[in-house]
Design a protein around this ligand. Sequence first.
Ligand code: NAD
Length: 304
Amino acid sequence: MKVLVAAPLHERAIEVLKNAGFEVIYEEYPDEEKLVELVGDVDAIIVRSKPKVTRRVIEAAPKLKVIGRAGVGLDNIDLEAAKERGIKVVNSPGASSRSVAELAVALMFAVARKIAFADRKMREGVWAKKQCMGMELEGKTLGIVGFGRIGYSIAKIARALGMNVLLYDPYPNEERAREVGGKFVPLEELLKESDVVTLHVPLVEQTYHLINEERLRLMKPTAILINAARGAVVDTNALVKALREGWIAGAGLDVFEEEPLPKDHPLTKLDNVVLTPHIGASTVEAQMRAGVQVAEQIVEILKG
Ligand code: NAD
């Protein structure tokens, strides 16, 4: 059996494949032409968010039985073409949950204690002690919008920090909520009551601009908004207004409506915002877990 690894993959994942007796060929992010050339005799392909596995690639791979995506999103794979051929598609949805949760908490602290701002000032030679009055998280209310894998992981950390947890999710998991001492409430109530609001919903029609001008106006003027879900869950123009005019106190953002965030974007001009370049899943542990989980599923499918 032959597996084409078409994106950087953790060495432990490669070991899983080799230990199963598979031949592994590696080509980093081949273009469609090169992929078509490489897939002629492979049983499996592993990708990340790149390269694209198009219908043409699938049609050029008569032995292909499984496509593995080390990570979550499947938008670079032609699922329809795979389905028509009975090719299985596997991914690793939970592999990065803890990493994203930890980044969201890191952003909360960074905004609450003005860490990025203070660091910038230090480098300019400015001792900005007076401008860096912060807020403690203990005893504050955290509103988690979307109580799935990542939301649950954050709730566990929030509990350890001594925060009160409010939850909003159209499909409430009451047992998990009890476990983390969280309480489901309507979205409007969550926005009004929370000191920190963190978003962990998928981007679907119902969540596009879920946090719009009207909802931002419900939040406390001292509140912080964290978005490590998808940029378009928040109406960016409304958020810029909210941050400029003080409807909320600050924001921590890992995701943007346009990525990479354009140079000189209004968000980059605001001192009460902390920005990171979509790095929620960018940890050694998450990448290792994602690779190993996908490799193990491929072994099971090809050998089973
Ligand atoms: P999940 O599917 O486990 O949880 C999503 C939750 O959102 C579910 O409980 C679902 O019921 C809920 N939900 C659906 N529609 C909703 C709505 N309209 N309002 C409120 N809640 C709603 O997903 P997850 O693994 O927790 O990931 C959440 C999102 O995080 C992903 O969809 C992805 O966009 C994002 N993500 C970001 C990074 C990053 O690098 N920043 C990495 C991984 C995932």
